[in-house]
Design a binder for this molecule. Structure first.
Ligand code: PLP
Length: 398
């Protein structure tokens, strides 16, 4: 069978691959602790599942509008107004199969052949893969740990060319946990406006911020000019513990939303109608169910962050938001463990999985090979055992 160049070039999602491997090992009796996945181990709140059951029992609409049922799109507008003070119309919302499809729709709608998209590294892997799938060129800007892994105006000016079409912003960030301030976003917004770029703002971790001191800001809220050129990508997956329901959305100007709807109409049509009613219940139910989740995630972040900083050779910034801790392992370079001379996070991830039964994601898939990524979305029990094993690995070998 001959595959297309596109299919041979695209890489599998690394975190899904790690999870599949951990599950396979567990089925063979290994007891692997999975710190690879960004999936919170919370049950979907009951009022959401109850609405889904009710929807099944009712006479459901058949195919719905590709862009989603009107009530849900209206509720998304209500939510975005309540949370960000932004006014959008329901026909500026497209309900998608998770944020992943919203991102895919966006890139396919705005990025043409050879168009460049600025992506800051460390990045979420799919940004790069989707831009490549669309025939675009990912332009990677390597941000620095000392600068909190944030993109600066100076770097943007350095990589900008007349082919630059869009810039992706992900705050809070996967995998760094960085959260952009209003001032930092304003600089990016002014740059995007001046250069006539589209801002793709992935806001899936907007609720996952762990201190009162820090506040989520959407770049779209920094003025009419930037709002018009921003596509907000969001999801029900993380906020409402709804990863398997596969519901997300994009919010953008009518013209872009219409183009995205056309694209989606040829891929998946509407999102599963039961999930759409579940998502509607999530928005109608208010944020009460999120508070407990965020408090628990903060407890896990604090614990994991403290434990990792107490382990010799490892270094990490305490993430402000998101679900991950990015751990710098470069102090182990040149040292040997398990017959391997350590030269990247990939070596560490491999030894941790094969010898210590802990699954983590190696940094190379995020464009940062000196790191490994740990998820604190796992249960507290798993985090404790997983970090104990990482500590044991360091103490036994170095
Ligand atoms: N964007 C970021 C930054 C993510 O980390 C993820 C999932 O991990 C997604 C988007 C996709 O989320 P969804 O489950 O809604 O497709």
């Amino acid at each position: 069978m001959i595959l297309s160049e596109r299919a041979t070039q695209v890489r599998t999602s690394a975190s899904l691959k790690v999870t599949a491997k951990a599950e396979k090992m567990n089925m063979s009796g290994y007891n692997v602790i999975n710190l690879g996945t960004g999936e919170v181990n919370f049950k979907t709140p009951e009022h959401i599942t109850a609405a889904a059951v009710e929807a099944i029992e009712k006479d459901l609409p058949k195919y719905t509008a590709v862009e989603g049922i009107p009530e849900l799109r209206e509720a998304v507008c209500g939510k975005i107004y309540a949370d960000r003070g932004l006014v959008y119309e329901p026909d500026e919302v497209v309900v998608t199969n998770g944020a992943k499809q919203a991102l895919m729709n966006t890139i396919f709608a705005v990025v043409g052949q050879s168009d460049e998209v600025i992506i800051s590294a460390p990045y979420w892997q799919s940004y790069v893969e989707v831009v490549l799938l669309a025939g675009g060129v990912p332009v990677i800007v390597y941000t620095r740990e000392e600068k909190g892994f944030k993109l600066t105006l100076e770097e943007l000016n350095r990589v900008y060319t007349d082919k630059t079409k869009a810039i992706i912003i992900n705050s809070p960030n996967n995998p760094t946990g960085a959260l952009y301030t209003e001032k930092e976003l304003k600089a990016i917004a002014d740059f995007a406006t001046e250069k006539d770029l589209i801002a793709i703002s992935d806001e899936v971790y907007d609720k996952m911020i762990y201190s009162q001191k820090h506040k989520f800001i959407s770049i779209a809220s920094l003025g009419e000019e930037i709002k018009k050129r921003t596509v907000i990508v969001n999801s029900f997956s993380k906020t409402y513990s709804m990863t398997p329901w596969r519901v997300g959305c994009s919010i953008a100007d009518k013209k872009i939303s219409k183009a995205m709807t056309k694209i989606q109409s040829h891929c998946t049509s509407n999102v599963n109608v039961v999930s759409q009613y579940a998502a509607l219940a999530a928005l109608k139910g208010g944020d009460g169910c999120i508070d407990g989740l965020v408090n628990e995630l903060k407890r896990r972040r604090d614990y994991m962050s403290q434990r990792i900083s107490d382990i010799p050779y490892l270094r990490s910034l305490r993430p402000v938001g998101g679900l991950y801790i990015l751990v710098n392992i470069s102090r182990l370079y040149g040292r040997e463990a398990d017959g391997i001379t350590i030269k990247s996070g990939k070596d560490i991830a491999q030894i941790l999985l094969s010898k210590y039964n802990v699954a983590v994601v190696s940094g190379d898939v995020f464009g940062c090979q000196d790191y490994i990524r740990l998820s604190f979305a796992a249960s507290m029990e798993s985090i404790i055992v997983g970090v104990n094993r990482i500590e044991k690995f360091i103490k036994q070998n170095f």
